[in-house]
Design a protein around this ligand. Structure first.
Ligand code: LLP
Length: 431
């Protein structure tokens, strides 16, 4: 956060362009991505795998930010993606994303969604429950098709920010429980189905995690299970998919290791365990979402009204809020802002940054020192690239913001701003 780039005018720059200029050119609220940062993070993950000499895939968890332009960037970087809905899959189709590099997750995929996956021959369906195995086997039989599958498992480790704890499997709505034998039962069903090819096993322990220990424990569990299944069924598990969840820095108080260092620790743990269990080294797949797009995204707003209650921190209000970034209201997530057109100004005051939505909870930042702002200033909130736009809503009938990609000093709009007409486009007269 301390390494944001400021130009000679004292303005924040994004991908080589003045953030205030972006705000004026495209309007606010605006979400701007520094595309080089996205590419860099994918490459950082790749590099660690290459150095550790292990077969791998980096599968971008597209729920963090799923748009045509984003999928095209991932395709250029030769990454995979995982989708969790027909809508994300449809977006990938529209982007021309290679279908064989798509994994499909979800704890209640519909028949229509599974049919879409089969019709487009996506890379792998990550099976989550017995109902889904049944549904998929019916679809494959009807269509006389085959599909690669993985089993999503609940490793009994649930990680949270700054800590992990072992939880009872019944706590998770996702995946097959290992302990009770559900996972093995699922395996039997898959092996009995000649239309399904068993590719690997998957576990995801949580999101915005700062410690490697939970990942290492989960990875070890996956290796143990793969080794047990090899001994018992002569089955060679080719892929261990360890999910995503690598934490990023949102404020000065956060101090995570670099996302790729989590991966290095996971790979080394797997290599060690595999040697111990005398097992063939499988490919390792990861599914990072937040760490790929989070730090690359900036939310740009225009400052409007100010309210000062004596004895309390002033409210500086911007022209967006919980409709374009629900995370502060939903998770009490912390962010940091920069007054983009006066980033170097030392005349600071401590304020709250409030949104424009009709809810008291719509406060984007609870407390931060910022240069004294005036209406019309451009305020940038940092690291909003993950789960911001993708969780945006039209609450209060505010249009969703535009999204621009900035790279090499060029800005290109990749999602148009919604218009008022868009807002009523699905409404139908009643009278
Ligand atoms: N793989 C699976 C199976 C997942 O469920 C998730 C996230 C990921 C990968 C990617 O995790 P990441 O690397 O982005 O942490 N809306 C919440 C986050 C929800 C995460 C859901 N699953 C937020 O804004 O914090």
């Amino acid at each position: 956060l301390g390494i944001q780039k400021i130009n000679a005018a004292g303005h924040l720059t994004i991908g080589g362009i003045d953030a205030a200029d972006l705000a004026h050119q495209f309007g606010t609220p605006l979400i701007a991505y520094d595309v080089a940062k996205i590419r860099q993070q994918i490459q950082n993950f790749n590099r660690v795998f290459e150095e550790d000499q292990v077969a791998y895939e980096v599968s971008y968890a597209s729920k963090a930010f799923a748009t045509v332009g984003m999928f095209q960037v991932v395709a250029q970087e030769e990454g995979h993606i995982d989708v969790v809905s027909g809508g994300e899959l449809y977006t990938a189709i529209k982007a021309g994303f290679p279908m064989d590099k798509i994994s499909f997750h979800g704890n209640n995929k519909s028949r229509a969604e599974l049919e879409m996956a089969v019709d487009h021959q996506i890379g792998v369906v990550i099976l989550d429950n017995f109902y889904e195995i049944q549904l998929l086997s019916e679809i494959l039989a009807e269509k006389d098709q085959t599909m690669n599958v993985m089993l999503r498992l609940t490793p009994g480790i649930s990680a949270h920010t700054h800590k992990y704890d072992q939880t009872g499997q019944e706590d998770s709505k996702f995946g097959f429980d290992i302990q009770s034998g559900q996972a093995e039962e699922a395996l039997q069903q898959v092996l009995a189905n000649h239309r399904m090819t068993m590719l690997g096993i998957h576990a995801h322990i949580g999101s915005q995690i700062f410690e490697v220990e939970g990942f290492v424990m989960a990875a070890n569990k996956l290796v143990d299970l793969a080794a047990d299944w090899q001994a018992k069924f002569g089955l060679n598990i080719q892929v261990l998919n360890v999910g995503g969840g690598f934490g990023i820095r949102y404020t000065k108080d956060d101090d995570p290791i670099a996302p790729e260092m989590f991966v290095d620790a996971i790979v080394k743990a797997v290599q060690k365990r595999v040697a111990l269990r005398q097992f063939n080294m499988p490919a390792i797949w990861i599914e990072p979402g937040r760490s790929i797009v989070g730090p690359a995204g900036y939310s740009l707003y225009t400052v409007g009204s100010r309210k000062v209650v004596p004895g309390h921190l002033p409210y500086v209000t911007v022209d967006g809020g919980m409709g374009d970034n629900i995370r502060p209201a939903l998770y009490q997530a912390d962010y940091e802002a920069v007054l983009a057109n006066r980033a170097a100004d030392e005349n600071e005051e401590t304020v709250r940054v409030a949104g424009k939505y009709c809810e008291s909870g719509d406060v984007l930042i609870q407390k931060q020192a910022l240069p004294k702002s005036q209406p019309g200033d451009t305020l940038a909130i940092l690291s909003t690239g993950a789960y911001g736009y993708s969780m945006a809503s039209n609450y209060n009938r505010n249009p969703r913001p535009a999204v621009v990609f900035v790279e090499n000093g060029q800005a290109k709009m990749v999602v148009k701003r919604e218009s008022y007409e868009d807002l009523v486009s699905l409404d139908q007269d009643y009278i």
